[in-house]
Design a protein around this ligand. Structure first.
Ligand SMILES: C[S@@+](CC[C@H](N)C(=O)[O-])C[C@H]1O[C@@H](n2cnc3c(N)ncnc32)[C@H](O)[C@@H]1O
Length: 252
């Protein structure tokens, strides 16, 4: 994509790269019924790693933090060092499309707002391979919260995320791909604003001034502004759903 450097300049300045908050991370983790004393965890698309740090604090586990953008991993590891958690987290700069771990390696796979980069269904398949028997997968995924979203919402997602489904269809997909759903819940509106859209709005006004006259940069910032405005107007109709599930054997 042309102008990726502006996109990254914006996102590197934000605490998170997508909706989420520590309360939801803890809530999802606490739903997992039974774990080894030191679970081996893979965090796919960890970004700057707010949820990785929280997981390191609450899980007593070893976490592979995987992302294909080095600046995010550097930010995560700086926080890990500041918090004395660097021995619990191993950063790995590869694409989630090229993961080369052995099958049945992980007790937990975590992915907040990122699994869709490999296609949600494909991501479920890959996680099923990488999880130990009875291992757990916790992911957030963009969903329709209404069976009848208004036309502007449908049009927006036809362009931005044509694969978006409602919660029920995602649960069917999860079950078809060899998982038993343990629980699911919708992220609150504050998980969109507090660490994501509000800091983004602040950054956008700074960057719009900095790059005045640069059409490519301004175009990228406009898309983000539009995304925020759509959410403000239509947040009743879509959201992020946390799905917490357990690997079972595939029936197929
Ligand atoms: C929406 S952000 C979510 C980041 C983080 N989990 C959070 O909630 O703040 C998606 C992340 O996926 C990463 N990503 C995108 N495509 C990827 C790929 N092919 N392989 C690995 N990471 C990827 C991005 O660099 C970004 O950090």
């Amino acid at each position: 994509m042309e102008g990726m450097e502006y996109f990254y300049e914006l996102f590197e300045a934000l605490p998170r790269c997508g909706p989420g908050d520590n309360e939801s991370t803890r809530r999802a983790f606490n739903i997992i019924p039974k774990l080894p004393k030191q679970p081996f965890i893979l965090d796919i698309g960890c970004g700057p790693g707010v949820q990785t740090i929280e997981l390191a604090k609450i899980s007593n586990g070893k976490i592979i933090a995987l992302d294909n953008h080095q600046a995010f991993l550097d930010k995560l590891m700086k926080t890990a060092r500041d918090e004395g958690l660097e021995d619990n987290i191993v950063p790995k700069n590869i694409s989630m499309l090229d993961m080369d771990f052995d099958n049945k390696t992980f007790d937990i796979i975590w992915s907040e707002g990122a699994l869709y980069f490999m296609g949600f269904q494909n991501g479920l398949k890959r996680c099923h391979q990488l999880l130990k028997n009875n291992g757990y997968l916790a992911v957030t995924e963009l969903v329709f919260l209404s069976s009848n979203p208004p036309p502007p919402v449908i049009q927006y997602f036809e362009k931005e995320y044509p694969d978006i489904k409602d919660v029920k269809s995602n649960i069917e997909l999860i079950q078809n791909e060899g998982f038993q759903l343990i629980s699911n819940f919708t992220l609150s509106e504050s998980s969109w604003f507090d660490s994501y859209y509000l800091p983004a709005k602040k950054e956008l006004s700074r960057l719009n001034k900095k790059y005045q006259g640069n059409e490519i940069a301004i175009g990228i910032f406009e898309e983000m502004k539009n995304e925020i405005n759509i959410y403000k107007k239509y947040s009743d109709f879509y959201g992020y759903e946390f799905f917490i599930m357990q690997r079972v054997n595939l029936q197929k």
